[in-house]
Design a binder for this molecule. Sequence first.
Ligand SMILES: [Zn+2]
Length: 255
Amino acid sequence: MNNVYVEPVVFFVIGIITGSFLHLCAYRLPRRKSILFPSSHCPHCTTRIKAVDLVPLLSYIWLQGKCRFCGARISISHPLIELLTGLLFMIAYLRFGLSTMLIKALLLISLLMIIAMIDLKHYVIPNKLTALVLLLGLAFVLFTGEPTILSALTGFGAAFLFLLFLALVSRGGMGGGDIKLAAVIGLCLGWPDGITAVLLGCLLAGLVGLLLLLLRVKNRKDAIPLGPFLAAGALIMFYGGAGISSWYLENILLY
Ligand SMILES: [Zn+2]
């Protein structure tokens, strides 16, 4: 097989393996359990899962979504998260090649995936994870100058103020965790991509919220977690870059 195909597949495979670990982190971190010990076990019958049944994506298929020992259903979120992480890692490689930006992309994807999963399930964004996104952003500002200090600070401030404004207007519809996450995304992506990412995330959340309201899945009082949408906005902007920013600022925001 030609090299052109081998490397993206390698990153896809690294992605599905990482996705399996991210799922485990998102399950164990809010329950204050170690992410290293014990090894994976069925949450229903607590039997330790055999190595052969820990193959990302494929295990779910040959186990037909059930625990080998007790037959309890395995959440469909396992293969979905593995597949999504695999695709995101592969796209990151295709977009950035072997570069420092690829390292940033893979770390950002991993942190945002855990944050999104925890927020979806528990309606909370742990400060420690937001702090790691902040550290990632600062490390790249200091060591690669991408984004520049000025750009990072502007992105941070703009995202923070925008979410603070939304929180005040929506009166409790948004938590402090959302504001902090938006601010560090603003820093990580810099100006103007960071603020575009946050605007895009809020726009997506609004559209999905409206859809769920129309389909009567949720009612007006239900909160929908903003974290997954901020994560999606951040990744779209990280891949799409300046092109989307200038289009968005020119055509939507300034009209
Ligand atoms: Zn079981």
